[in-house]
Design a protein around this ligand. Structure first.
Ligand SMILES: NC(=O)c1ccc[n+]([C@@H]2O[C@H](COP(=O)([O-])OP(=O)(O)OC[C@H]3O[C@@H](n4cnc5c(N)ncnc54)[C@H](OP(=O)(O)O)[C@@H]3O)[C@@H](O)[C@H]2O)c1
Length: 200
């Protein structure tokens, strides 16, 4: 069975992004606060973290077979220059295929018929590996559809005050998770993992 997980770097007050109030850059300091290098598929992007966080990143890379993100992230990153840094195909949930892009190629698949279709497509691509789902409204839609297995959080000690929460506009709250089943202390970040309880 292909596992579906969501993972994000999150502030202590629960936000994964904060475009309007600033402070977003504090979330990602742990990616460059150490001396152990983790290369990515982007030759210009190498993470420099503590040894503990480098092991965490390596494990993430090894177990991920496909990603599901919203169109907003695809647009913000300009399609990561053509290939995601994790070097896996990305399924983009959108209402329309962006101009100048094929509906699918080895790096991107644009799915226009909803979240369940996007997860099914990503599972087929990932095979035995995991599907990683972006936080925000995408993670909320996936857990609402009963398709999310685990939640992974890289918790950073900063308070942003406002922004996009890990599960935005969740319609099935309150929802209790099991765990944490993994707690790994990095430098300026704590890597946590929880299981979503299967529906009764
Ligand atoms: N902290 C972290 O670790 C981290 C890591 C990565 C990203 N982020 C942040 O995560 C945030 C969320 O990014 P995201 O783009 O993945 O999600 P998003 O902002 O929720 O994407 C929203 C867009 O995706 C499309 N969409 C979403 N659900 C859809 C559906 N069911 N059917 C059709 N289209 C749908 C729509 O675009 P259209 O209507 O235009 O098609 C919608 O406007 C970003 O702000 C990003 O900066 C944080």
């Amino acid at each position: 069975m292909t596992k579906v997980t969501t993972g994000a770097t999150m502030s202590l007050d629960g936000y994964i992004a904060d475009a309007s109030h600033g402070g977003f850059e504090y979330l990602f300091q742990w990616y460059e606060n150490g001396d152990v290098e983790t290369p990515t598929a982007d030759p210009e992007l190498t993470f420099r973290t503590s040894a503990t966080s480098a092991r965490h990143l390596r494990a993430l890379t090894e177990r991920t077979g496909a990603l599901v993100v919203g169109r907003r992230l695809f647009d913000i990153t300009s399609g990561w220059g053509g290939r995601h840094p994790l070097d896996v195909p990305v399924v983009v949930v959108t209402h329309s295929v962006p101009e100048g892009w094929a509906p699918e190629n080895d790096s991107f698949v644009f799915v226009t018929d909803g979240i369940e279709s996007a997860i099914a497509r990503a599972k087929a691509i990932a095979g035995d590996k995991e599907v990683g789902v972006n936080g925000g409204t995408i993670a909320a839609q996936v857990v609402e559809a009963g398709l999310l297995d685990e939640v992974h959080v890289d918790l950073v000690p900063v308070l942003l005050g406002a922004g996009i929460p890990l599960f935005a506009d969740l319609k099935i709250a309150p929802l209790q998770l099991d765990g944490p089943f993994s707690v790994v202390e990095g430098d300026g970040v704590t890597h946590l993992a929880y299981r979503v309880r299967p529906a009764a």
